[in-house]
Design a protein around this ligand. Structure first.
Ligand code: SAM
Length: 202
């Protein structure tokens, strides 16, 4: 089962939100792709971070498209039902738990509220197909996934991300994922303390 948790590397997600929101301002459809979502803990962390920062009108225009290739563990059912053991929420600030979770039928579990769940879609997708899950994304988050790929595969997947982003859109990776030199003309790093990149060119 994939390793992940709520609030993982929050500073990168906060930087991503702070840059993406003004970029997406005025759009009738704001698309975010979370590639390699696992069971959805990062998906709903992104949803909370955005819900806390976007006005209600913009938030209603948001779709977070969560994808993962792991069908064996039914990740899609987990992400869509959004039910998690209470123990997994220990790192989540109490005020966010109160606002965005409600008791689930299953004892000892909490369910993400409809307000966030309505913004999330899940589908199975293999990044190594090199076919983007969609296009016109204002933000792509792909964390702790690319490290599993060969260097050449990483470059091809990042080229695919570049293609799938809006002009000036953003790509967020984990802190150890440096941008390959070959792609220096396609992405520029936007903050010194996170692997957050802006698409350059078309
Ligand atoms: C360690 S988890 C990362 C979860 C989350 N992004 C995070 O940072 O906490 C890695 C995820 O990448 C997914 N993954 C690995 N190879 C993939 C591929 N080729 N296409 C799509 N997802 C993949 C795995 O199934 C797993 O859910």
């Amino acid at each position: 089962m994939a390793f992940t948790f709520f609030m993982r590397d929050l500073p990168t997600l906060e930087h991503a939100a702070n840059h993406m929101i003004p970029h997406a301002s005025g759009r009738s459809r704001i698309r975010v792709w979370e590639a390699g979502s696992a069971l959805g803990q990062e998906t709903y962390t992104i949803a909370m971070v955005l819900a806390e920062r976007m006005n209600s009108f913009a938030f209603r225009n948001l779709t977070i498209e969560a994808t993962d290739y792991d069908q064996a563990n039914n990740f899609g059912d987990h992400v869509t039902s959004a039910v998690y053991p209470i123990d997994e929420l220990q790192r989540t600030p109490a005020e966010l738990v109160k606002k965005y979770f409600e008791p689930a039928e299953k004892p000892g579990h909490m369910r993400v509220t409809t307000h966030l769940r309505e913004r999330v879609r899940f589908r199975y997708h293999d990044l190594l197909s090199l076919q983007p899950a969609g296009n016109d994304y204002c933000l792509i988050v792909c964390k702790n996934v690319l490290l599993h790929f060969q260097p050449e595969q990483r470059i091809e997947v990042m080229k695919m991300f570049h293609q799938a982003l809006t002009p000036g859109g953003f790509l967020a990776c984990e802190n150890t994922q440096k941008m390959p030199q070959e792609l220096s003309e396609k992405f520029e790093q936007v903050v010194p303390d996170a692997q957050l990149f802006r698409k350059v060119g078309v």
